[in-house]
Design a protein around this ligand. Sequence first.
Ligand code: PHE
Length: 449
Amino acid sequence: MSVRGQFSSKLGFVLAAAGSAVGLGNIWGFPTQVASNGGAAFVLVYLILTFLLAYPILMAELVIGRYSQSNMVNALQGISQGPVSKLSGKLSGYWALTVVCLILSFYSIVAGWMLAYALASITDLLGLEQTSLWLTAFSTPRNLIFCFIFSLLTVGIVHKGVSDGIEKWSARLMPLLLILLISLIIFVATLDGAALGWEVYVIPDFAKILHSDLLISALGQAFFSLSLGVGTMLIYGSYVSKKENIVTLGAQVTLVDIGIAILAGMLIIPAMYVAQHNGVTIFTEAGELINGDRLIFTVIPELFTAMGDLGNVISFVFFSLMAIAAVTSSISMLEVPVAYTVENSSQPRSRVTWLIGAIIVLISTSIVFNFELLFGAVISFTTQYSQPLLGLVLSLFAGWVWRRDSILSELKLGCPEIEHSLFWKIWPSYVRFVCPVIILVMFYHSVFN
Ligand code: PHE
């Protein structure tokens, strides 16, 4: 078999790329950010940034990937002409590799919590109260064990390769998630306290919109949620057949990603106010979120406790689906360093996968042991700063480094009619001028405010 796999169908790509995009970023990250950054104001800024910035850069990543048929390090060098841009391409590629490994290392910890909570619903059903308590209490051993189990799952799927592993899993599991989310939203909306949550979620407080914390968080969230900047989408783009219309595919992935995030907010934000109504403390007196990273683990179980055994069953399904959504993202992260190593060495895919998996588990372990110090720091370094800056790099490569005729002919493959579209008229200059300027201005604003 050749090293380079390919998605077996268009739907396969959309599901796998949407599977990468939809994950803890939507269901854990997004609602938490909404709750800590003033509700609807954050939602609005996030939506604007996704359309204005994240989608155009997603397109750059996909097009570069499909054209180069390789990983980010080789791809950025491949579209460069001079030695300086080749070197910057290589360095940016390495930066992306590092960032994606760091993201995976904190991601596996949170995904491990999902597994622990799923298991706790079963032990609860079986009457094993002590075990459930252990599973749901924050502790180093628990965090470590479940992070390890989750990492094993990720490695197990990735070592099988593209269409066997990644595509099959995404296609099976994504639709199930959607059904459960919608049912839970309807259920929660009927509970006391939910109305206040809906108000916070849909009515923006415009005074908060230009706050620099909100802007930079929304920017990071938009990039994190679409898996941008770190080479994931570039790799997935390289697996798309040249016969496909890549512009529409990218738009579909973006819409699915936004859709799931918005739905997750419709569940978690009202649920948060239901919990508060029931006496759970969510905010400090100063209005700050308590343990933001654990918000959904406080709020969701609270919903189910009153429902007895049925609650345990739903809670099991909910947390299992979260873990599954996380797996379809984590496999796309691990694919980045794996594809790079496989393409640049003679090592077999499965050995490379296990080795890199082991390195990432070591990083996760250091984070677990130094949780207060490292967890938040790694998240902001990777998602708030590195991802948007790598997005800037990608837009510079697509807009300035890559030859214009070559990018245009790659875009046209699979959809010659694109020449008559608005996208065709706007996008090439847009990634060249507008995207870099918006990112730079936002960074300036956040650093100097
Ligand atoms: N987009 C994923 C999520 O929302 C996270 C991710 C980031 C995946 C970077 C791949 C690369 O959970």
